[in-house]
Ligand binder design. Structure first.
Ligand SMILES: [Zn+2]
Ligand SMILES: [Zn+2]
Length: 136
């Protein structure tokens, strides 16, 4: 599929990337139908926000249709229309259960003290590939 990929400051390309797959039992694969550019994306493109890794797919937010879910997913199923929020959260840690999703203990691969994880951001936030992909 096509995706908007960060290659460097001022160097954003529409590349061919692999189809996403279920990697963890709590994953869902969403066929994106729309995504948006926000001000944070512009910081990455201009270089005024550091730490972007070459090859990261941009895009924090999107909407789409669930295509597949892992065996532990209970709240959505294939065919559901969903909003993909920029903030990544596990949904089951103490912070998530209290509604503080941006403080999730498990979402950031850098560990509990690494801060909020979000899609399409720099290394300290994941780096997790984002939502600008899959259109057409
Ligand atoms: Zn954003
Ligand atoms: Zn959590």
């Amino acid at each position: 599929m096509k995706a908007v990929v960060f290659h460097g400051v001022g160097d954003i390309r529409l590349d061919e990337v692999p189809e996403p797959t279920i990697q963890d039992p709590t994953d869902a694969v969403v066929r994106l139908t729309a995504s948006a550019i926000c001000g944070t994306d512009l910081h990455f493109v201009r270089g005024s926000f550091e730490g972007m890794e070459k090859g990261t797919i941009l895009g924090h937010e999107g909407v789409g249709i669930v295509e597949a879910v892992g065996p532990m997913v209970r709240n959505v199923r294939p065919g559901d229309r969903v909003v993909v929020c920029s903030t990544i959260a596990c949904g089951s840690c103490a912070y998530c259960r209290a509604g503080y999703f941006a403080q999730c203990d498990n979402a950031n691969p850098g560990g509990r003290r690494a801060g909020t994880a979000f899609f399409g951001g720099p290394k300290p936030t994941g780096a997790v590939n984002g939502a600008m992909r899959g259109f057409g």
